[in-house]
Ligand binder design. Structure first.
Ligand code: 4G4
Length: 243
């Protein structure tokens, strides 16, 4: 997978794309990162990429021409998905991460200022994504979030691939509690079931704890779930325990 990032602050990406899972994925050639300063594509000799808004009002708007030239310089045979990170975008979620992870080529546009000239949205961009209902100084951190969640899904990116499949949002439930050594830390003990070696019972315990936690913290996720008979049974047990 190739990932192109267009930003005015390429230095923001250096550490993130060379560290940890993303750095290893790049070394293993699971992903090919290209970070470009789209100011390099400005036609003006001063590298101007923004201008005052038509119709007046404060702030500056990103000009269309540098970004069109930057993205059009890319096009290989296939049209890549061009993703604009902005507060007005589609709320990002794990299913969209899984969809983007299937793509051969992703292009991210990270903007600043008051926003982008609308012709960028209408004629250059294929997807607008928001990572949440809050405003950032620029699209860079939002792009890093999406890139992180997409690259970790690339086969071979994570040590044991299972952790990508089982992790909470892909099952639709929140994660169960995790423990590691020591079994007794300051008198706080690991639940006996986890030391029992009964893998079937441990799996049930984990599902029940995921259900308990999801019911308590994210009832909205539980609403969306297609409950299996086993889940219904465990939820009934949880209800009983509360009485
Ligand atoms: C400068 N702003 C407000 C702006 C305005 C328009 C587009 C992009 C930006 C860049 N900022 C962003 C980007 C994304 C998100 C998000 N929630 O994904 C939040 N803020």
């Amino acid at each position: 997978m190739r990932i192109d990032i267009f930003t005015l602050f390429p230095e923001m990406f250096t550490g993130v794309l060379s560290s940890s899972i993303l750095g290893k994925a790049s070394e293993k050639e699971l992903v090919d990162f290209h970070v470009t300063n789209f100011r390099d594509f400005s036609e003006s000799k001063h590298g101007t990429v923004d201008d005052t808004p038509y119709g007046g009002g404060g702030g500056m708007v990103l000009k269309p021409e540098p970004l069109f030239r930057a993205v059009e310089a890319l096009t290989g045979e296939k049209k890549p998905r061009v993703i604009l990170m902005c507060p007005q975008g589609v709320p990002y979620h794990q299913k969209l991460a899984e969809e983007l992870a299937q793509e051969e080529h992703l292009v991210f546009i990270c903007g600043h200022y008051e926003g982008y000239d609308e012709r960028i949205r209408e004629h250059l961009v294929t997807d607008e994504i928001s990572i949440g209902d809050y405003v950032l100084t620029g699209g860079e951190l939002a792009a890093m979030v999406v890139i992180d969640s997409v690259v970790r899904l690339q086969p071979g990116a994570l040590g044991n691939q299972t952790s990508a499949v089982e992790d909470s949002f892909s099952t639709g439930l929140l994660e169960y509690p995790h423990y590691t050594r020591p079994a007794d830390f300051r008198g706080w003990k690991v639940p006996d079931i986890l030391l029992s070696g009964h893998h079937a019972n441990i799996e049930i315990w984990r599902l029940k704890e995921s259900l308990r936690r999801t019911k308590a913290r994210r009832p909205d996720l539980l609403e969306k779930l297609e409950l299996t008979d086993e889940m219904k049974k465990l939820l009934a047990e949880l209800e009983q325990e509360k009485k």
